[in-house]
Design a protein around this ligand. Structure first.
Ligand code: 13P
Ligand code: SF4
Length: 338
C-alpha cells in the first residue's frame, strides 16, 4: 500500500467509518437508487464486479467505456464500482467532481507491479523511447507516460505511433507480448502481470476443451502467450462480450475474470459459459481486488460520501495528458462507447 493510501485508510479508521455496519433488513437496491437521485450520483461499474452491483449500476463497461463515461457525465458524484486506478482515472478526467470508491483497498496486482520510482529509473535507460502504458497503472505512473491504452484500443494506439519511434510498454508483459505479435513492433516491456490472468492452466483448459468439443475458447489479452495461442478469439471484456453475442456457437470457455459471465449470460440466456480453470484448486477466477466492493460498501460510500479519491494537482495535470492522447486516438479510430 502506498503512503497516501495508508494515510487515507487511517483517516477513515479514525472517523469510525471502517466500523460502520449495515442493517441486514435494509433494502440496499432501493436505498442505493434513492441516494443516486438525491445526490445526483452516477454508478459506473466494471464487468468484473459482483452481479448485484452490475445490476444497480448506471453504466457497466470496460476500462475504455468507463473512462469515456466518466469524462462525459453531468452527475455531481461519480461512484466507481471498480478498482483504485479506475477511480483515479475518473478523477483525472473529471477533477471537479467527487469520485468515490466503495473500498479504498480495492487495488490491482498489475498496477502494483510497476512502482513509479522504479519505472522512472527504467525509463532513463531508454531516453529515445516513448512510453505507452496500459491504463491499469497508478495515477503517478500515468505522469511518466506519453500515451495510455486499454485492451480495446491498444492495437490502434501502437499503430498510431510512427514506425521508427521506439516504444516502452508498461506494465503488462503479457498484453505487451500480444501487441508485439499483433503489430510487429519491437517494444521494450516492463515485467508486470495480472494475478488473475496469469494463473490459467493450459493442461486443464485442454482437458475442458476435450470434454466440450463444440465450445469456443475466448481469452483476454492479459493472459499468457501459451493460453492466447489456444484461443478462438482474443479481446477486451467488451470485445469478448460482443463476440459471444454475435457468434453462432452455443458454448464458450472464458479465460478472464468470472464477473463478465453475468453480462454474457444475460445477453445470451440460452448459451453456456464456462469459466476457464486456473492453475490452483479453486474453481473460480475472481479478482480479489474487484471483489472487495460489496453492496453494503456501495451503500455506505454513497450515504457518507467516502472514501473519496483525492489526487495532487500536479498528478492530475501531468497524468491526464496521457489519457487525453488515448481518447483522441480512440475517437479517431471510432472505438469505445456507441
Ligand atoms: P478491460 O475491461 O478494459 O478489458 O480490462 C480488464 C481488466 O483487467 C480490468 O482490470
Ligand atoms: Fe488488476 Fe487483474 Fe484485478 Fe484487473 S483483474 S483489477 S488487472 S488484478
Amino acid at each position: 500500500m502506498t503512503a497516501n493510501l495508508a494515510s487515507a485508510t487511517q483517516k477513515l479508521d479514525r472517523l469510525g467509518y471502517l466500523d460502520l455496519e449495515v442493517d441486514p433488513e435494509l433494502d440496499l437496491v432501493a436505498e442505493i437508487n434513492r441516494l443516486k437521485k438525491e445526490k445526483n450520483a452516477i454508478i459506473l461499474a466494471h464487468y468484473y464486479q459482483e452481479s448485484e452491483i452490475q445490476d444497480v449500476a448506471d453504466f457497466i463497461g470496460d476500462s475504455l467505456g468507463l473512462s469515456q463515461k466518466a469524462a462525459a457525465t453531468d452527475a455531481d458524484i461519480i461512484v466507481f464500482a471498480g478498482v483504485h486506478f479506475m477511480a483515479e482515472t475518473a478523477k483525472m478526467l473529471s477533477p471537479h467532481k467527487k469520485v468515490l470508491l466503495p473500498d479504498l483497498k480495492a487495488g490491482c496486482s498489475l498496477a502494483d507491479s510497476c512502482p513509479p520510482h522504479l519505472f522512472k529509473k527504467f525509463k532513463e535507460k531508454y531516453p529515445d523511447h516513448i512510453v505507452v502504458s496500459y491504463i491499469n497503472c497508478t495515477a503517478e505512473l500515468k505522469t511518466l507516460t506519453d500515451i495510455c491504452c486499454t485492451s480495446t484500443n491498444a492495437v490502434a494506439i501502437i499503430e498510431s505511433i510512427p514506425k521508427d519511434q521506439p516504444i516502452i510498454f508498461a506494465p503488462d508483459k503479457n498484453l505487451g507480448a500480444y501487441l508485439i505479435k499483433k503489430t510487429g513492433r519491437d517494444m521494450v516491456l516492463w515485467n508486470g502481470a495480472c494475478m488473475v490472468h496469469e494463473i490459467f492452466s493450459h493442461e486443464r483448459i485442454v482437458k475442458l476443451k476435450n470434454r466440450h468439443p463444440n465450445a469456443k475458447f475466448i481469452a483476454h489479452p492479459e493472459c499468457e502467450a501459451h493460453i492466447l495461442d489456444m484461443a478462438d478469439f482474443i479481446g477486451s471484456t467488451t470485445g469478448l462480450l460482443k463476440y459471444t453475442i454475435n457468434d453462432s456457437a452455443q458454448e464458450y470457455i472464458v479465460a478472464t475474470e468470472s464477473g463478465i459471465l453475468h453480462q454474457m449470460q444475460k445477453a445470451s440466456p440460452h448459451k453456456t459459459f464456462i469459466p476457464a480453470p486456473p492453475n490452483n484448486n479453486c474453481a473460480c477466477n475472481d479478482c480479489p481486488h474487484m471483489k472487495r466492493n460489496t453492496m453494503e460498501k456501495l451503500y455506505l460510500c454513497m450515504e457518507h460520501e467516502m472514501p473519496e479519491i483525492i489526487l495532487p494537482q500536479w498528478v492530475i495535470e501531468q497524468g491526464v495528458k496521457s489519457i487525453d492522447r488515448m481518447m483522441e486516438i480512440s475517437e479517431k479510430a471510432g472505438l469505445g462507447l456507441k
